[in-house]
Design a binder for this molecule. Structure first.
Ligand code: GAR
Length: 213
């Protein structure tokens, strides 16, 4: 699969919480040379700072709550149709704490960011689980989502040390400082240069035009 994006790539960003990764993307895309812009922000719940950040930036928002639908399939279809209405080149799960289903995955590339070095510590509690395991190094992973939980092809990773006395909050903050920079870097390069996926290998850059990774 090869994807090449020209003009500013259209990003739909999905959030469930504080939205600091979203904010990093909003800040980066203020520079036209970044090559991507956030065209909509979606959430699975109301009243979160991620939605407030989008509103302050003048970006349209939508909320699709799982509990408002009789079935998971209904929610998946509604989420996919709302995402499609914004015509994204790339969808980004930036702390969206729901598994995004087939209707979206079959239509759009979905980039996901996770606060651990996959395949270690997948799921909703990557920081807690790494700390509980006693690892000395953890980090963050940016991956293309597939149907599994944090199992998709890895685009980029960066290590972060676990320090004596860390709790989940201090360790997560240290990871997020790195994660925001990594996500902004990866999204910008994917938007400007396109990408290819071959099996589990993701390469950013046009193979005929010289690769950058
Ligand atoms: C990020 O650390 C992200 O990796 C994590 O939620 C945080 C969101 O922070 N996502 C997951 O744990 C998904 N499994 P933010 O709302 O401040 O961007």
């Amino acid at each position: 699969m090869g994807v090449c994006v020209s003009k500013a790539a259209r990003l739909v960003v999905l959030v469930s919480g504080s939205g600091t990764n979203l904010q990093a993307l909003l800040d980066a895309s203020a520079d036209p040379s970044y090559g991507a812009r956030v065209v909509a922000v979606g959430a699975d719940r109301d009243g979160i700072e991620g939605l407030a950040r989008a509103s302050r930036a003048g970006i349209p928002t939508f909320v699709r709550k799982l509990g408002d639908y009789p079935s998971r399939a209904g929610w998946d279809a509604a989420l996919a149709s709302e995402i499609a209405s914004h015509k994204p080149d790339l969808v980004i799960s930036a702390g969206f704490m729901k598994i995004v289903g087939a209707p979206t995955l079959e239509e759009f590339p979905l980039l996901n960011t996770h606060p651990a070095l996959l395949p270690a510590f997948p799921g909703a509690h990557g920081v807690r689980d790494a700390l509980a395991h006693g690892v000395k190094v953890t980090g963050c992973t940016v991956m293309l989502a597939d149907a599994g939980v944090d199992t998709g092809p890895i685009v980029a990773q960066e290590a972060v040390p676990v320090l004596p006395g860390d709790d989940v909050a201090t360790l997560h903050e240290r990871i997020k400082t790195v994660e925001r920079r990594l996500l902004v870097d990866v999204v910008g390069r994917m938007a400007r240069e396109g990408w290819t996926v071959s099996g589990r290998t993701v390469r950013i850059g046009n193979p005929s035009g010289g690769e950058s990774t």
